[in-house]
Design a protein around this ligand. Structure first.
Ligand SMILES: Cc1cc2nc3c(=O)[nH]c(=O)nc-3n(C[C@H](O)[C@H](O)[C@H](O)COP(=O)(O)OP(=O)(O)OC[C@H]3O[C@@H](n4cnc5c(N)ncnc54)[C@H](O)[C@@H]3O)c2cc1C
Ligand code: SF4
Length: 508
């Protein structure tokens, strides 16, 4: 007789996940590919295939280790279609009343488990450095929740890149060394690619058949789908890309999709890799003299700083966070985000690679697609749904604070002290997109003026009441105010005409 069900979700593929730590071999592990999880947004087919293949391989590994696993495939005729439905079905089948789960990474599922008519215990997910209590404690009494201070605490706590009480290299943050514009050549051919095995092939067939209309290319599929492969991808990155990661972290190239980025976020977010092994391997490479301090520090900051901080904010702010719309933006997401035609080369390239790879690096997400959505005044809820759908690493606890908070300022400034907006100048400096674009990045108005130029100033003008007194934005307003009034009027009129064309579905 089975005592308990142990629930393992698709992003909980860690052998030491909390629910498994407390399980015994008499318990029944439940894993289920269900309709609800594959359709709550129209996920990129590569993302669905990745998660399902990784789940199937993880289940096989558990069975090899002697666990009993009740695994439901998406096309099983008895599939109940939801996580709770599957738990109820398995509970009846095995005579179990009790479920041990690890807390899911989104409020939607936490709530679904809380309302499931079984005795479900949700254990804290301890695969993160900071627990909810740790983050609450850190946030308590602070006027501003700045990532940098949180990060320093995490450095002290882990001892990573520390020399006694001091940061290695004499400073906490080497970001000023990390803003180099796009280089001509990249000496890295991108993340390690894996040939699909039988399990992956089977899943690819299923996904091709079930999700033919979802945005995104299913093939070629090359992601790692188990921990052994993900570790090889990590080593490949550390050896071949990490030494230059820091230098070109913010750069963008039209024909190089990964530059020196790791491409490991989906492995971390599903549990194939653990933050500690990643950071320790990076620290070791620095100790061995293989990578400079600016690269090691920059990378470790992304993981124990930004990644942990984003999770902290998501859980601190609660389920309402995703509905934030501090700037009252309501424009519909234009078709160009789904591959519709656009004359903006930066947007076309960012969307094209998103469609092909289910990947874009941070600056493409923040300063191209995110920046455009923000200055064009697009409904942040629709922007959030888009990011959640199109990236293989998108799980709400990390996607929502990045989109709603960092990128769209829809949380009113909890994450960022000012909005991440820029004119075409930033994109031109950091990328090669503008060469060959139908627009002229130097033109501020008139035929061929870069839309980022028009919309940037229009955004600042529209939101003057909110931002003019922000000391970090005072310079921008001074520059705007120094412009001829006739020029300012032209900018406002041309931006309005551009937005009308966007709303009309015309090619912009
Ligand atoms: C609008 C927007 C949406 C985003 N949505 C997601 C998302 O759904 N899932 C996701 O994992 N990241 C998201 N990010 C953060 C970041 O863009 C990705 O983590 C990164 O691009 C992943 O690629 P990589 O592994 O090559 O990262 P690298 O640039 O090589 O960085 C290394 C690692 O650091 C971590 N990291 C870096 N920046 C962040 C960050 N801001 N927040 C959290 N972790 C970070 C990731 O785990 C990443 O693998 C988003 C950023 C923006 C601006
Ligand atoms: S000119 Fe403007 S629209 Fe064209 S690529 Fe440059 S920033 Fe993008």
């Amino acid at each position: 007789m089975v005592k308990r069900l142990i629930l393992i979700l698709g992003d909980q593929l860690s052998p030491d996940i909390a629910a498994l730590q407390q399980a015994t071999k008499d318990d029944m592990i439940v894993m289920a590919e269900v309709g609800d999880e594959t359709t709550y947004v129209a996920h990129h087919p590569k993302k669905i295939a990745f998660v399902l293949a990784a789940m199937r391989k993880f289940a096989a590994r558990l069975r090899d280790d002697g666990w009993q696993v009740a695994y439901t495939r998406l096309d099983d005729p008895d599939n109940a279609g939801s996580i709770c439905g599957e738990l109820l079905r398995r509970a009846e089948e095995h005579g179990a009343q009790e479920v041990l789960a690890t807390e899911p990474g989104e409020w939607r599922l936490i709530d679904a488990l809380a309302h499931c008519p079984l005795k479900v215990t949700q254990l804290p997910d301890d695969r993160f450095l900071a627990s909810h209590e740790d983050f609450e404690h850190w946030a308590e009494g602070r006027k501003q929740l700045r990532m940098e201070y949180f990060y320093r605490d995490m450095r002290r706590r882990t001892g990573l890149l520390m020399e006694g009480d001091e940061p290695a290299g004499g400073q906490w943050n080497f970001d000023h060394d990390n803003r180099k514009p796009a280089p001509k050549d990249i000496a890295f051919s991108g993340p390690m690619q894996f040939t699909p095995d039988d399990t992956v092939h089977e899943v690819l067939d299923l996904v091709a058949q079930r999700f033919p209309d979802n945005f995104g290319d299913l093939n070629p599929f090359w992601f790692a789908t188990d921990t052994t492969q993900a570790r090889r991808a990590l080593t490949h990155f550390i050896t071949h890309a990490l030494p230059r990661f820091g230098d070109f972290q913010d750069a963008m190239l039209a024909d190089n999709r990964f530059l020196y980025h790791a491409g490991i976020s989906m492995y971390l977010n599903t549990g194939l890799l653990h933050w500690r092994e990643v950071c320790e391997a990076v620290q070791q490479a620095w100790r061995d003299g293989q990578v400079p301090i600016n690269a090691a520090e920059g990378f470790i900051r992304q993981i124990i700083g930004w990644r942990e901080y984003m999770r902290g904010i998501y859980f601190l702010q609660g389920p309402e966070y995703t509905q934030g719309n501090a700037l009252n933006h309501s424009r519909d997401l234009p078709a160009l985000y789904w591959g519709g035609k656009t004359r903006m080369r930066c947007m076309a390239k960012a969307v094209e690679q998103t469609r092909a790879e289910a990947y874009a690096h941070h600056i493409q997400r923040l300063m191209v697609t995110g920046n455009f959505a923000l200055i064009a005044g697009i409904d942040p809820g629709q922007v959030h749904d888009w990011y959640l759908a199109v990236y293989a690493d998108a799980f709400e606890w990390v996607e929502a604070p990045n989109t709603i908070g960092m990128s769209q300022f829809a949380d009113g400034g909890i994450i960022g002290s000012k909005p991440y907006v820029s004119s075409g100048n930033y994109i031109s400096k950091m990328s090669d997109y503008c060469k060959g674009c139908a627009y002229d990045v130097k033109a501020r108005t008139g035929e061929g003026a870069c839309p980022f130029n028009l919309l940037y100033w229009d955004f600042l003008n529209r939101h003057r009441d909110r931002f003019a007194r922000n000391p970090r934005m005072a310079n921008m307003y001074r520059t705007w105010d120094r412009m001829e009034e006739s020029h300012r009027k032209t900018v406002i009129n041309e931006a309005a005409a551009l937005l009308d064309r966007l709303d009309d579905g015309q090619v912009v």
